[in-house]
Each structure stands twice: as C-alpha cells, then as structure tokens.
Design a protein around this ligand. Sequence first.
Ligand code: PA5
Length: 456
Amino acid sequence: MKLKLDYNNMMADFVGAQGISQADIDGLGNRIVAAHKALADKRGQMAWRDLPHNQDDIVEEILEYVAEVLPRIDTLVVLGIGGSALGPIALQAALHSPLYNFGNRPRLFVLDNIDPTTIKSVFAMLSLETTLFSVVSKSGATSETMAQFMIVKEMLETRLGKERAAKHIVCTTDTENGNLIKIAKVEGYKTFYVPNGVGGRFSQLCPVGLLPAAFCGLDIRALLAGAAEMDRAIEGNPHNMAYMFAILHYLTLKNGKNITVMMPYSDNLKYTADWFAQLWGESLGKRYDNNGNEVFVGQTPVRALGATDQHSQVQLYMQGPFDKVVVFLAVDEFACDIDIPKTFEDMPSIGFLGGNTLATLLNTQQKTTAYALQKAGRPNMSITLAKIDEHIMGQLFYMLEVATAFAGELLNIDAFDQPGVEEGKDATYALFNRPGYEAKKAELEAAPPKNPKYFL
Ligand code: PA5
C-alpha cells in the first residue's frame, strides 16, 4: 500500500484522557466481526464495491469516446451537483495544477451550483463550437442540474442547430430511471451509466468520475487498479486501514467528538477533503437507526488546509472544546519542489529557513501541528500518501468509501440513503408548481411565520 495510516495520536497513551485505548478497540471485537460480515453479506447490493473490477468495457468505451471527441473540443463543462460533481473536482485537483485551465486543453469546468453570476462568467469564456457539456445526474431529476441542462440545450440549439447541438452533450445517468435517460434517448445524446447500486457520493469510480478524468488525460486504469488493490487488502482481512479509520472515528464519536476535521497539507488534496465531507456527512448523519429508533447520529465534517489554516482555525483545534478529531492528509514526495535560498544567513531568525525546501517546510509543519495537538491532548491521525498519482488516489477514495460504509454498520444506520435532503427538494418542487406537489405547496402556504422577525 502506498498509503499509511498513523493513529498513535488517537491513543490515550499519547493524548491522555481524550484518547482511546487498545481495550476500547478490543472491546468492539464482536461488533467488528459482525460489521465485516454484514458488509460482505451486503456486497451484492453495493455495486460501488465492484467498480474497480468490472469496468474494462466501460473504460474502453470512455477512452474511445474521448479519442473521438477530443480533436473537436477545447473545453469540457460538467453540469452536476453533490456526488455528481465533488468526485470529479477532487480528482482533477489532486492530479493537476490548480492553474491547469490556463495552459492545458481541454479545460475543465465543473458547474456544481446555480449561481447565475458564476454560470454567466463561465459561459463568457466558452466557444460553443468547441465545448462539450457533460450532464451528470444519477436520478436524472435534480432541479439544479436539470435547470443548467435546459439552459445549455437551448443555447446550443440556438447557436448550432439541433443536430449539431446533440454532439455537444453527453449524459451520465441511471440506466432507466429519471428524465435524463429518456431525453438522452430521444435526442440521441451519447450516454454513460451510473450502475444500479451506486449512489451519488459513491460514484467517483464509475463514469461520473472516469469520464472527465479521461478527458483531462488522467490514467483511469491506474485509478481503478489502485482501488482494486485496496479492495483486495480490505476484503481478505478485517484488520485493515478502512475499518480502523471507521473504528477510531466511532470510538471518538462515542467520546463526544462530534466533529472530524480533514486537513490536507497539500493544495492538490484540498478538494479531496470536500469530497470526503459529503461522503461522511451525508452517509452518517441520520435520525433513525436500522431498528427505527431515533438516534440523531452523525459527525460533522470540517475542511481545513495546511499550512494555511494553522493561521486560522488551528487555535480552535488546540484550545477550544474537546469535540474534534483531526485527520491530516500528508504527501511524502511532492510532484516538484522549490529550494529556499540561503539569503539571510546573517539573520538567524529567518536565515534558518535557507537551504531547506518548501515541501520539507510543509511536511515539517504537518508533523509539528500533529505533535502540538497531541501535546494539547487532542486526538489526531495522519494518512500519508507516498506521492499523488492515480493509483494512490484510487486507494484513498476506495479506502474512505469502505470506511464510511463500515462506520454506518458500527452505528447501525443506513449509510446509503439521504432522507434529510428530500424535504428541501420537495419544497422547491412545490414552490415551482411541479405537478404532484400540490399538497406540499398548500402546506407551505398554510404555514407563514407567525411573528416574523427582521432586521432592516
Ligand atoms: O450522494 C448523493 O446521492 C447526492 O449528493 C447526489 O449526488 C446529489 O443530490 C445529486 O444527485 P443526482 O446525481 O441524482 O443529480
């Protein structure tokens, strides 16, 4: 494994009373065995677990499509939200420079919101003749994505005519459910599928993540091979990194740590923390357990970035409430490095920096922040990537997905639904007069705030 989980600083031996003990972990013995068995038994319903192994044909199809389309496009715009956007963003950010769009083709824009200001400024940078729009929606019904799609479709058809416009749209959606697949068939759009049993936030390793990655020249076979390697390591052995990540979080949650902070010391991994925040938050934040009891369980994911947030949030992590666990992401070998010159040797208070490198400084800061947290009695763990490449990112994504599913088992909740998201979606449909939502509209209209309070 080119991924390492160091959890010394989670242990009471290192952080004192706020930490956990080997006896705590051992005490979960039967639960761990049961959760491992439950995941194995349910594997047939978790199609996302097999994505690393069963997509040879799909990979071929994606690569053929990319080779065919690439010569005529210079920009790919992904329209999607939540699980349909965060994975592609995380992968692109991990493996390319943040300035990728300035010097490389195709440029990649992921429009994961409906703020007209952003959308208009992206549109202003496009030539429609050389842009491909990738509409991604598992349900084929999400208001934000469908609204974007409707705008783009009309824009393309007005400019290019219906027939040519169809060559500038590719859809990734469910094989049969939802409107998008119906429209795609009628309009003749190229279509890729989110397999049954692959939910939005677990879809990074299917065409949702693979298609934009392939367009931007990433090695999607290596990504899947990394995930497959992680799967083999997990499947054969209940003492694995993914389970340990979940167990450590589960025990700290029981110990009042309601927040987990993911803090990469790498700009490339900044959006991996965003992706993880959705995975952990939406999967584990649940009102009911599997027996129907009200449990109101979950752990709030927070994103931070080292070293930047050392000068912002770290004060809170060091001395604020004992309600957090911090997960560092570190990288052993950066893609490049910069020497710090020995400029001020006569000024010891800054001269000491000279002769080192920026990567060494960043990695040292990760270690010293972990140490300082440990000294302050704050549980933290570090996931270290040997370097950032497709293979290791495949390992990391897959490990965190299985960890989330395993945490769901320990918490005895359904990690794969999101009923809490539905109320807001339904209210939007009602206020936009979607047929079938009349009762919801009446409910909303009947409930004006009794004593509205405003500051003007
Ligand atoms: O994880 C999830 O299921 C959600 O975050 C979805 O990805 C998000 O709501 C977008 O849904 P869809 O892909 O159906 O448009």
